[in-house]
Write a protein that binds this ligand. Structure first.
Ligand code: GLV
Length: 315
């Protein structure tokens, strides 16, 4: 079996080693675009399976025999923008150690905000010993947008801290302890029920710019945003405008319209915006390769696998 790895900015050797450790019979290599002298290379080795992250456009025109393409991330939005090989399933990771990281990140951001840890840190800087009032959890309803394997874990982690927890997804989902809403027709009702909005949605045509002046204005004021999905979900200027009016109190953002966030971006020095560099959930190599190897094995046995992207819907 032949497996090609194509993730231009990653150190490929550990990935190749882990693939071979899981599938000893595999012939593996890392793909790089042919240089000009080889532009018409006719001996391009053809793989059965590909593991990719942000592959260049030429990758798919060079690989003609793929039986499936596995992304080594949760989101497939960038891959959906490439001309994908016809009829070849694209498979995303299912959790693979990312859901717990996201849950941890979101709970940290939420608790930091509601329990006023920034204020405690500020008072500690000048040796001030003051206990702040306990929070009223009922005043902090949290809404999680996107209830896939990651969003569900996030919502359940939030609910475990007794925050009233709501969820919204494209199709109806039912999760113990979470009040769920589905579809655009129920988006407004969902937003009006929550104060802290957490975005874990996949990025598609339908969800691009979904966090905007109108939707964020519907939150119970002052709202708070935690975005761990994609920068393109948020209209950044609208968030700034709503913080200015007091309708939003701030945001914890891990993703941005432009990444890395440009040095002169107003978010960097905004006192109410906390920034992390797209690091809320990092792909875990060993877990991911193990999951992909198991799926390749299932496909070879003619079995169905989880995580096949619906290319019409975009995730
Ligand atoms: C990272 O953003 C991912 O989609 O895994």
């Amino acid at each position: 079996m032949k497996i090609v790895f194509c993730a231009p900015h990653k150190d490929f050797q550990p990935w190749l080693d882990d693939i071979v450790a899981n599938i000893p019979a595999a012939e593996v290599w890392s793909w790089s675009p042919p240089d000009e002298a080889q532009a018409l290379r006719s001996d391009e080795p053809q793989a059965d399976y590909a593991l990719v992250w942000a592959p260049p456009t030429e990758f798919f025109s060079a690989q003609k025999n793929l039986k499936a393409v596995f992304t080594i991330g949760a989101g497939v939005d960038r891959l959906m923008k490439l001309p994908n090989p016809d009829g070849v399933p694209i498979v995303r990771l299912n959790d693979a150690g990312m859901a717990v990281q996201m849950a941890e990140y979101v709970c940290h951001a939420l608790i930091r905000h509601t329990r006023e840890f920034a204020a405690y840190e500020a008072q500690a800087r000048h040796a001030e010993w003051t206990v702040r009032a306990p929070i009223d959890r009922a005043a902090w309803p949290v809404g999680v947008m996107g209830l896939g394997s990651i969003g569900a874990r996030v919502a359940q982690a939030v609910a475990a801290f007794d925050y009233p927890t709501f969820g919204w997804s494209r199709t109806a989902k039912s999760l113990p302890g979470i009040s769920t809403f589905a579809g655009t027709e129920n988006l407004e009702k969902f937003l009006q029920s929550v104060r802290v909005l957490v975005c874990v949605l996949p990025l598609t045509h339908d969800t691009e710019n979904i966090l905007n002046f109108v939707t964020l204005s519907r939150l119970k004021p002052p709202g708070y945003l935690i975005n761990v999905a994609r920068g393109a979900h948020l209209v950044e200027a609208d968030l700034l405008a709503l913080i200015k009016t007091g309708a939003m109190s701030g945001a914890a953002l891990d993703v941005f319209q432009t990444e890395p966030l440009p040095p002169d971006h107003p978010f960097w020095h905004h006192p109410e915006i906390r920034i992390t560099p797209h690091s809320s959930a990092i792909t875990l190599r060993k877990e991911s390769v193990m999951q992909i190897a198991a799926k390749i094995y299932d496909l070879e046995q003619g079995r169905n696998i989880e995580g096949v992207v619906n290319q019409q819907v975009g995730y």
